[in-house]
Structure formats: structure tokens, C-alpha cells
Ligand binder design. Structure first.
Ligand SMILES: Cc1ncc(COP(=O)(O)O)c(C=O)c1O
Length: 404
């Protein structure tokens, strides 16, 4: 008899960013309470406006997007992405290697579906944005977490990566800059990962959605630039750099002088064709957005919101006894640690519930990112500086109630 239940794989799939604490926050809002929701990296929710260049172009040209477009995407958008990724140093790519998707989310699903069989393993950073673990679970694969080391600026621990490789390991995921830690990886680390991937014949999935949101003028290196010999899929999009999360505009670029790249490209064509095409209206604005570098630069420069908001949070954490944090170098997240010798925190989820109930501030517990020491949480540094300052004060105040 047919098993009349949902698929077993569903039980592994979850997102704490929109998990039980989030639903509790929604309930509180229904009851008329005001909650500061620091759970999602969604700039528009905090008053970030779209670039004027993008808005004007879209209004004038939207009629050009009514039909299905090419399965990879619209040619001007594919060309603009190809050009952008070449300026990042990715070699030997053409528009045939670019696949525009409904966000990096869909691109990640597509890449994992194209590569990973049920029972195969993918190395995933811990802590990690849950898209990647979930994408692997969706195809019946096994995510295997490797440690990023807080003591070493949250860089991936190369020895740990190597120790987790088995005969079933197919790929390694890196997120650079990282969500939730805000770490930017130095070239030595990328080269170390490339060496491991080379030795063990692994594909590298490099999620670079925050590459234009690097602070303090630090340089960002695309993984594919330093590993032209390896099969690499580079992911990027406009959700964060242009504050357009709702547009669902992302892409994957395949590189590497390998036979596997050609095979993967064919698999991507198959998967892209069954979903017809990606949202066409949003592809119209890709060339304009990628040309408008000033918009993003302004946000990350002194005086710009992302720069100043990071400053507010970092300063506030220094003033909170028993809270510490590695300084964010890219993206708009940080991942502070609570000193559990000084505070009664035995469950990070309970801490998140408690903060929500006491201060009406929603954060995501570290365990929501596969980090299981029960003493970390993620802050989304997107509210205006004054509101963030107040929220940080309230967090500190709540922590004091847990003092041992
Ligand atoms: C590391 C990372 N990758 C991918 C995504 C999803 O991006 P998109 O909006 O393009 O689907 C996010 C969203 O927060 C993210 O943090």
C-alpha cells in the first residue's frame, strides 16, 4: 500500500530564521505588540530604498518582460553578469556559463540538484546560512558541517575540513563574506580550500552574494579567480547589494577547465528549462544595477548606513559585560558570544524566546545556523543607528537579568 505521508526528507528541512521564535513574534504582533524583528537580512524592511537608476529603468522598460525569456536569462543581463564576474578575475567564462535564477536560493537548489545524489555528502560551514544545508537535504544528500574558527576570525578550519572528507564527499560550500559571522576570507584560506578540493576532486560552491558589501576597503577575492583549474559554481545576486530581496534576482556562474563543468552546464540547462525561465521583469534591471556601483559604495562607506550601523553594534557589544564579538568585515550580520560563566544561558533558543518576551526583540539563536554551543546568536544590523543603539541597550539590560 502506498505510504500516505509527506516525504521523510521534509523532517530534516527547517529554517530557524522563520522558525518557532519567529512565529511567536508574529503572534505577539497580532496581539498588538510592537516587535523589532532582527531575524532576516531584508534591507527594504528597514527603510532601504531601491536605487533610482533601477526604478527608472524598470518603469520605462517593463513592457519588454511580458513573455518567457531564454532559459539561462535575457542576453543583456547574461552579458552584464559575465562582464562583472570577469572583472572579479573569473577566467574563461561566456554567457553559456551563466544561469539567472529566482534568487541565489533557486540557484543553490539547482546546483545541488545537478551535482549531488542521495546519500552523497556536501561539506558546509558551521555556522551557516541554512539555505545550503536545506538544499542538500532536499535531494536526499547529507550535509557535513565543518568548523569555522571564532578564535581565528571565523575562518574555515582547514584541518577540520580535511578530517571530514569521505569517499562520499562531492562538494564544499563556502560563504564569503559569511552569513552569519560577517567574516571575509583571506586569500591563504581560499588557497587552502582550493588545495583540498584539488586533492579530493571536489566541486566548490562559492556563495558570494555579499561580495559588494565588504567594509573598510578590504578586497574581496572570488574563489574561482584563484582556482581556474577547479569546477567552481559562483553564486551572486542583487538581493543585498541593491536592497532588492523581493525581486528574486540571483545567478550562478560555472567555471573551471574540467569535463565536469561541461556536464554540469548541461544539467543546469535541463533544470533551468523545466522551470521555463527566471522572473523576466527583474532581469531587465541587472545591467543597470551592476553599473550603479555608487549606490552600494555609499552604504558601506563612512556615513553610509551599513558602515555606521556596524559601528553602533560593535561599540555597544564592547560596553556589554560578558558579550563578545568578532568584528564584521562584510555583509550586515554579527554573531556574538555570551559568556555562560557569567550568565545563566544554557539554551540559545531559550535566550531568544526570553529576549523576545522581555524586550520584544527577535534574534536568531546560533543553533539556527548549525552552531551548537548554545551561547551565540545572530544580530541583523539593518535598523537605523538610533534604533539599533536602543535595541543593543535593551539586549544588554536583558542579559543582566540572567547574571549568575
Ligand atoms: C549567504 C546567503 N546566500 C543566499 C541568500 C539568499 O539570497 P537570494 O535572496 O538571492 O535568494 C542569503 C539570504 O540571506 C544569504 O545570506
Amino acid at each position: 500500500m502506498i505510504n500516505n505521508k509527506v516525504a521523510d526528507r521534509i523532517s530534516n528541512i527547517h529554517s530557524d530564521i522563520r522558525g518557532p521564535v519567529f512565529f511567536k513574534a508574529l503572534e505577539m504582533e497580532k496581539q498588538g505588540q510592537k516587535v523589532l524583528k532582527l531575524n532576516t537580512g531584508n534591507p527594504a524592511a528597514f527603510g532601504f530604498k531601491m536605487p533610482d537608476s533601477v526604478k527608472n529603468y524598470l518603469i520605462e522598460n517593463v513592457d519588454k518582460s511580458l513573455g518567457y525569456c531564454g532559459i539561462r536569462g535575457m542576453m543583456p543581463a547574461l552579458e552584464a553578469i559575465c562582464e562583472y564576474e570577469k572583472t572579479k578575475g573569473i577566467q574563461n567564462i561566456t554567457t553559456d556559463d551563466v544561469f539567472i535564477c529566482n534568487g541565489v536560493s533557486e540557484a543553490a537548489n539547482m546546483a545541488v540538484t545537478a551535482l549531488v545524489n542521495a546519500g552523497e555528502e556536501v561539506l558546509i560551514p558551521s555556522p551557516c546560512y541554512s539555505l545550503w544545508t536545506n538544499s542538500v537535504y532536499q535531494v536526499g544528500g547529507n550535509p557535513v558541517l565543518y568548523v569555522c574558527d571564532e578564535e581565528s576570525n571565523w575562518n574555515p578550519d582547514l584541518k577540520d575540513i580535511e578530517s571530514k572528507i569521505t569517499s562520499k564527499t562531492k562538494a564544499i560550500v563556502i560563504i564569503n563574506p559569511n552569513n552569519p559571522t560577517g567574516a571575509l576570507y583571506p586569500d591563504e584560506i581560499l588557497e587552502g580550500i582550493a588545495k583540498i578540493a584539488r586533492e579530493h576532486n571536489l566541486v566548490v560552491f562559492s556563495d558570494e552574494i555579499y561580495d559588494r558589501l565588504v567594509l573598510d576597503n578590504l578586497p574581496h577575492t572570488s574563489f574561482a579567480k584563484i582556482a581556474p583549474d577547479l569546477t567552481v559554481v559562483t553564486f551572486n545576486g542583487l538581493s543585498k547589494s541593491h536592497c532588492l530581496c523581493g525581486f528574486r534576482c540571483g545567478w550562478a556562474v560555472l567555471s573551471g577547465e574540467t569535463e565536469l563543468r561541461a556536464e554540469l552546464r548541461k544539467a543546469f540547462v535541463t533544470l533551468a528549462s523545466v522551470r521555463l525561465c527566471s522572473n523576466a521583469a527583474m532581469q531587465l534591471i541587472i545591467p543597470t544595477a551592476l553599473k550603479d556601483t555608487e549606490y552600494t559604495k555609499q552604504m558601506i562607506s563612512p556615513g553610509g548606513r551599513i558602515y555606521e550601523q556596524r559601528q553602533v553594534v560593535m561599540d555597544a557589544i564592547k560596553d556589554i559585560d560578558g558579550l563578545s564579538c568578532v568584528k564584521t568585515q562584510g555583509a550586515f550580520y554579527c554573531f556574538p558570544k555570551i559568556d555562560t560563566k557569567r550568565y545563566n544561558v544554557t539554551s540559545d533558543k531559550e535566550f531568544a524566546y526570553g529576549l523576545l518576551e522581555a524586550k520584544k526583540i527577535l534574534i536568531v539563536a546560533g543553533s539556527g545556523f548549525g552552531w551548537n554551543t548554545n551561547d551565540h546568536f545572530r544580530i541583523v544590523m539593518l535598523p537605523e543607528p538610533e534604533q539599533l543603539k536602543k535595541a543593543m541597550y535593551e539586549m544588554g539590560d536583558y542579559l543582566q537579568t540572567l547574571k549568575k
